[in-house]
Design a protein around this ligand. Structure first.
Ligand SMILES: *[C@@H]1O[C@H](CO)[C@@H](O)[C@H](O)[C@H]1NC(C)=O
Ligand SMILES: *[C@@H]1O[C@H](CO)[C@@H](O)[C@H](O)[C@H]1NC(C)=O
Ligand SMILES: *[C@@H]1O[C@H](CO)[C@@H](O)[C@H](O)[C@H]1NC(C)=O
Ligand SMILES: *[C@@H]1O[C@H](CO)[C@@H](O)[C@H](O)[C@H]1NC(C)=O
Length: 163
């Protein structure tokens, strides 16, 4: 991925066979990650009842940030309040360990991105590529501070996921 981009990711894993559920997935088999959430913390979103966990443990790079106060009032869901930014490097990877993934099963992955002027720089539009493992997934263009961007994919797991 390109350097100096921001992102906010939410990963939803659907249709996992019962045997493949790890302790980190919720009652319907989803693993939902709120990037930038404080290490070890989690919460249940009151609108959807989806449980979110911190992304610490899924990634080693990047820094936690809060969006700008000016954008907080309009935010519809708590997951937009924090994010993980990547000041470094060309690739930054989230890894879902293979123990949480059943090889050969289909998974839905959904990711959200939101700038929210977290750096106070009212940054220029940015664009970056997403890969799922070695495979190209999508290109994300973040053009405004107040819009959220979403992309999703259904993929057959071959092993642990790196996004
Ligand atoms: C969330 O869970 C509570 C308690 O089980 C339930 O009363 C409520 O209807 C649920 N809300 C949604 C959106 O599913
Ligand atoms: C950036 O890279 C340096 C050198 O590899 C590393 O020490 C630092 O932790 C990285 N910072 C982030 C935010 O990933
Ligand atoms: C984000 O905001 C919370 C609550 O105000 C604060 O405790 C935390 O330190 C902030 N995080 C960052 C990375 O600024
Ligand atoms: C992002 O912009 C590029 C080039 O303008 C375009 O090809 C691509 O379809 C855009 N991606 C999305 C997800 O809109």
């Amino acid at each position: 991925m390109d350097s100096r981009f921001w992102w906010q990711i939410f990963l939803a894993f659907a249709m996992a066979p019962a045997g493949a559920r790890s302790q980190s997935t919720d009652a319907i088999g989803f693993l939902s990650i709120d990037c930038g959430l404080e290490p070890g913390s989690s919460y249940v979103d009151p609108l959807t009842n989806i449980s979110y966990v911190s992304d610490v443990g899924f990634i080693d790079t990047g820094v936690n940030r809060n969006i700008s106060v000016a954008y907080m009032v309009d935010v519809r869901a708590r997951r937009y309040l924090t994010l993980r930014a990547f000041p470094n490097g060309t690739r930054n990877c989230y890894t879902i360990r293979s123990s949480a993934v059943a090889r050969g099963s289909k998974y839905l992955l959904r990711a959200w991105f939101f700038y929210g002027n977290y750096d106070g720089l009212s940054g220029q539009p940015q664009s970056f590529h997403l890969h799922l493992g070695v495979n190209y997934w999508d290109r994300v263009n973040v053009t405004t501070a107040e819009s959220s961007y979403r992309t999703e994919i259904i993929a057959v797991a071959t092993a642990g996921y790196s996004v």
